[in-house]
Ligand binder design. Sequence first.
Ligand SMILES: [Zn+2]
Length: 360
Amino acid sequence: MNPLAVPVIATWQGGRTERVPLCPACGASERRQQARDVFDHLDPAGRDLWAFWRCDACSSLYPDPRPSSDSIGEAYRSYYTHTAETGPGSLRGARAQLMALVTGYMNWRFDAHATPSNRLGVLLFCAFEPLRLKLDYHGRHLFLARQAKHRRVLDVGSGNGEFLRRASELGWSATGLDPDPDAVSACVAQGLVAFQGFIGAKGGLPEGLFDVISLRHSIEHVPDMRSDLEHCLRRLEPGGMIWLAWPNPRGLGARVFRSAWRGLEAPRHLCVPSAEAMETMLEEVGFVNVRSLRRGHHARSIARESARIASQRPGLANRARALVAPIVGWHADLAATFFARAGEELVTVAFASDGTNDRA
Ligand SMILES: [Zn+2]
């Protein structure tokens, strides 16, 4: 039994919360409190203070209680995923030359034919590992889907369509899926293919299988991750790849910033799984060749945002957190180059079995 009482949130939508007695990632009940006064950073004046727990068994973080399924929509009222991108426009001079080098590398790495490109980019970025890994992340490691016959990628949580455009530039046929109708409309207005809905819901997404399904910062928003992963597996071609990125609950940021850590995103993040928990879940669901990749992104921006949240809170500890944020960001950014689980963001890939790609 955990001796810490769970604070009852009577302030959230008239108490429309639900209890989460078991870890959503692994089902264990033993846990310790990570933070008990986490507010919605989009509503710092709000009265709702959420409690987050760290699972003793798998180190995932999750809120208990959390918004009930009939009230979670309220948490997204001010949460925009459809802010229009201004686009690169016409680049000139040094910026244009740099972009040509980037495109040269991306063409080589992703077997694409975008222009203008400069093949010297291959030499340049292969010589600088951190930059190379960042570019590989930028293309969501699509090159790892070696069995992709039709190059069809589904982006779950496609937001403003940024990745749909990038995937198209890399020669992929990209489809977006997002619960936000405004985000979908914004994509369609740009000529992109996107549908409104959830991966597990009927309707919305047309029938058909994909070579890659990517979920960038969306799996931690869903109430039943395991069910969503199962639905993804069903929509993958044999040998197809799932690509996931989400905040690292065991990173330096979560430990330093505690209740101010940007990765908690209360009350929209319903479980922030550890790398180990996600890898286990993927294998249990039926994926094969599960592995985490180096160089997640966003270490410095998560540190910067966490510092902003800490500075909105009283107390000396929060002032100290805001002060050390740049060190945390740089440290996590550097460490992510060497260790897959050391950054502020985790990236994991796994594959649908085709009968030959299972581990011996
Ligand atoms: Zn757990």
